[in-house]
Design a protein around this ligand. Structure first.
Ligand code: GLN
Length: 480
């Protein structure tokens, strides 16, 4: 059962080949046997009761295509009555009193939540080593990182512990772990999916999306989670198309732009080889390739690593030991309560970013750092605007390397370099995707596709066409 995609599971459930309860139990057994550390919380009882409800709906014919499908929820989405930690000690005791809009939307489809997935603390990281709950292992090689911050979600899907998982992407956290774990992941256009109840890291960059085996599955899930939400002032009042409809479009005249800045030094040659091969595959399907330039994308790292810490320093100020989660023991006074709750509750990387952000926003430095970064951010968006006058889609690597060894990257700046190809799409608010494109030393390599605003259909269709011609997306890790 666990090798089936969401689309296949949906058919099997409809045809009564197995029940939602049987399917759920199968996944729960797999999760309980797994040593990947992909989950922070497993919601066995809740899952089985949701599965029973789903079976009742399927029996009386009132279910949707997603009814009864199990999934893993990144632990950054608030889930009513269930611990929602964001991978942090400071929220370890936090039981959310409400559902995020995304959680609610999956609930009304009568989907089955298997549990909450492990992640870098407050989604800050590229390796899942910043979690209070310990690192996640990559199912392709357990000595390797799964990528981050949605490392638990990626490992859960790649290790077939869940047919799909949710992720969030502030600077690459859906695409990079998808790439490193060999699955399909899409970060929609900023504003496409509601951020309500998704614990905020950097509000102007954060966006949620599905992490799946196939592009077809991503389209099915996006249908359910996209759309305007009056509870999120940045969600877009736009209609949601049926993303599965465009999956049959021909890509014969598709114009693909290849940014030369994505192929400079730093890109591992074996990754480059896989990317070049997959471009040839698109060419063989009739797409036209052309070189383009995104000259300011080389500033994406310094720009992002000012903007994101600034926003996080503000967002995380609500975690003060008073309102939610962890509180230090026996505080002397209010200041001591704030100071010790935060010092004891946050991990090193989160503290580093709060300090950088607070510094960059302080009077006297604001113009030099934050304002300057916002200006460069604008230039990065302008590069894309120019490029999308010439091409329909931009392609390149997701990550400069395949999965690296747990513990191998020790200094924060080297870790930030892993985000070089993913950050620009977030800074511009554009949709981006990672699809399995091949292997290097038995580790998966993802191809990145960046689309124009609201062009998720173009991305999903290009990915789907690629997946009808190749089967990188259905290769399974050994011994899973
Ligand atoms: N690796 C990036 C960071 O640490 C991106 C994380 C994300 O997209 N949530 O900020």
């Amino acid at each position: 059962m666990h090798t089936l995609s969401v689309a296949e599971l949906s058919k099997s459930l409809k045809n009564k080949e197995f029940s939602a309860v049987e399917l759920t139990q199968h996944y729960l057994d797999r999760i309980n046997r797994s040593d990947l550390n992909a989950f922070i919380t497993v919601t066995d009882e809740l899952a089985l009761s949701q599965a029973r409800e789903a079976d009742a709906k399927l029996a009386n014919g009132s279910g949707s295509v997603l009814t009864g499908i199990p999934f893993a929820q990144k632990d950054i989405f608030c889930t009513k009555g269930v611990k929602t930690s964001a991978g942090s000690k400071i929220l370890d005791p936090f039981i959310s009193p409400y559902d995020a809009t995304l959680s609610h939307k999956l609930n009304i489809e009568n989907m089955v939540m298997l549990g909450k997935t492990n992640m870098d603390e407050f989604a800050m990281g590229s390796s899942n080593e910043n979690s209070f709950y310990g690192p996640v292992k990559n199912p392709w090689n357990k000595k390797m990182v799964p990528g981050g911050s949605s490392g638990g979600s990626a490992a859960a899907v790649a290790g077939r512990l869940s047919p799909f998982a949710t992720g969030t992407d502030t600077g690459g956290s859906i695409r990079q772990p998808s790439s490193l774990c060999g699955i399909t992941g899409i970060k929609p256009t900023y504003g496409r999916v509601s951020r309500y109840g998704m614990i905020a890291y950097a509000s102007s960059l954060d966006q949620a999306g599905p992490m799946t085996q196939t592009a077809e599955d991503a389209a099915l899930i996006l249908n359910a989670i996209a759309g305007f939400d009056e509870k999120d002032s940045t969600s877009a009042p736009r209609d949601v198309p049926d993303y599965t409809k465009s999956l049959r479009d021909s890509i014969k005249s598709l114009k693909i732009g290849i940014p030369k800045e994505f192929f400079l030094e730093g890109l591992d040659s074996s990754v480059e080889k896989v990317i070049t091969e997959s471009m040839k595959e698109f060419e063989a399907m009739g797409a036209k390739l052309q070189e383009i330039s995104l000259p300011n994308s080389t500033y994406a790292i310094p720009t992002y690593y000012i903007v994101a810490p600034c926003e996080c320093s503000s967002n995380l100020s609500r975690l003060d030991g008073v309102r939610y989660g962890y509180r230090c023991k026996d505080p002397k006074d209010l200041n001591d309560l704030y100071l010790r709750s935060r010092s004891e509750g946050f991990g090193d990387e989160v503290k580093r970013r709060i300090m950088i952000g607070t510094y960059a926003l302080s009077a006297g430095y604001y113009d030099a750092y934050y304002l300057k970064a916002q200006k460069v951010r604008h230039l990065i968006s302008e590069d894309f605007k120019r490029a999308f006058k010439k091409v329909d889609i931009i392609m390149g690597p997701v990550s400069p390397t395949t999965a690296f060894e747990l513990g191998a990257i020790k200094d924060p700046v080297s870790m930030y370099l892993a985000d070089i190809y993913t950050l620009s799409a977030n800074l511009a608010g554009l949709p981006g995707m990672s699809i399995p494109a091949g292997f290097s030393n038995n580790l998966p390599v993802g191809l990145q596709m960046i689309g124009n605003y609201w062009s998720e259909e173009v991305l999903l269709n290009a990915a789907h066409q690629f997946q009808t011609q190749t089967d990188w997306h259905s290769v399974l890790p050994e011994n899973i």
